[in-house]
Design a protein around this ligand. Structure first.
Ligand code: TXA
Ligand code: MG
Length: 347
């Protein structure tokens, strides 16, 4: 593809970003979860350009970002009562709902599916850009396909500079993992991707929901995932990754017993001393602080990748609250190479 001149915009230049989007351009914008690569959802050519800039497979659908919950009606059909209830409870915020697509949304947005995922982001800059553009914005994460999602403007610059029209710098993203994706088209409602709104929070409103198989394990060759994005290896550094689950003291001891001197560890803060032999040790938050782990995980994956270790071990949090999303991203980075270490026996 041709090299483009990429404008670097400040968080105040949202009018300029809106103008570029109205003209069919691509702009990376901060959201509360991760940076998104936005285009007008009604402009087929602009949306096609997103797939090219990211190197994204064309069957992997995009999330449409709305200014307001009532804009769901412009994009979706057969919206159930429960979707309005979730919108009222969690929007603006890190929740995407899959609903039946209106024909007005070009099929390229949803990778040819007859559904569409929508969300109202909470980040003030994202909201200002949507308002300035005056249209819903289709926006996947603003990384090259397969690399960790970008949670800082410099991550976007390193992946997409020269491939898109502009990048709006809004500083680091608060949440750090992507939105939760839930399919609202039939009951029981189904969690397709854990994210910034936890399963527990959703179940407080909806009662029990199902978790799609692709969330907890890799699908076999001929299985068709409900969310096409789940079938691709994601967030993956170059070195092989092993996700190590179980209590922090036990997983640290296991990693210390396995690790070679050219390997890296992404560990819970406070556990660094356990890995004396390892060259590359990156703490990413305390075991009990799932918000910190979410905030830092993608940056840690990118930093570790730059150090070129032979193998990467990652201490994985348990599946409670935001830990579910963090563990899912780590397991996907590990292509579901996961070891679960039992709690230490008390002495
Ligand atoms: O937090 C987020 O959701 C960020 C920010 C920018 O909003 N966006 C994001 O987009 O993570 P992306 O494209 O990286 O991930 C979207 C996920 C993919 O796994 C995709 O397969 C799924 O949502 N998805 C989108 N539309 C869908 C649909 N109609 N049916 C099922 N899954 C869908
Ligand atoms: Mg993505």
């Amino acid at each position: 593809m041709n090299v483009k001149e990429t404008l670097l915009l400040s968080a105040e230049q949202t009018e300029k970003a809106g103008e570029i989007l109205r003209g069919g351009g691509l702009v990376a914008i901060p959201t509360e979860t991760v940076y998104g690569l936005a285009a007008s959802a009604f402009n087929e050519q602009a949306v096609a350009n997103i797939y090219v800039a990211k190197g994204r497979p064309s069957d992997n659908p995009l999330i449409v970002h709305l200014a307001d919950a009532k804009d769901m009606e412009a994009c979706c059909l057969d919206i159930p009562e429960e979707a309005w209830l979730l919108a009222k409870t969690f929007w603006p915020g890190p929740l995407s709902m899959v609903l039946t697509k209106r024909p007005a949304i070009p099929s390229i947005v949803s990778g040819g599916l007859d559904s569409v995922a929508v969300r109202v982001p909470a980040h003030p800059v994202a909201r200002a850009v949507i308002a300035a553009a005056g249209v819903p914005l289709a926006a996947p994460s603003a990384n090259l396909s397969g690399s960790p999602s970008p949670t800082r403007a410099e991550h976007v610059i390193s992946d997409l500079y020269g491939r898109i029209d502009a990048i709006v710098d809004g500083g680091p993203c608060a949440v750090g993992v992507e939105s939760t994706v839930i399919d609202m088209r039939k009951k029981p409602f189904r969690l397709l991707r854990p994210g910034g709104i936890s399963k527990e929070q959703l179940e407080e409103v909806l009662g029990p929901i199902e978790v799609d198989k692709a969330v907890t394990g890799s699908l076999s060759e001929n299985e068709k995932p409900a969310s096409p994005g789940m079938k691709y290896r994601h967030y993956a550094p170059k070195a092989p990754v092993l996700a190590v689950c179980g209590p922090g003291d036990a997983s640290a001891r296991y990693i210390a017993s396995q690790i070679g001197e050219n390997d890296g560890v992404i560990c819970f803060t406070g556990r660094e001393a356990a890995f004396g032999k390892a060259r590359f040790v990156l703490p990413y938050g305390e075991e009990s602080n799932d918000a910190a782990l979410a905030h830092n995980i993608f940056d840690a994956l990118r930093q570790m990748d730059k150090l070129s270790p032979e193998k990467i071990y990652i201490q994985c949090p348990d599946d409670r609250a935001l830990g579910f999303a963090v563990a899912n991203r780590i397991k996907k980075a590990a292509a579901f190479h996961v070891i679960t270490v039992k709690p230490e026996e008390s002495v």
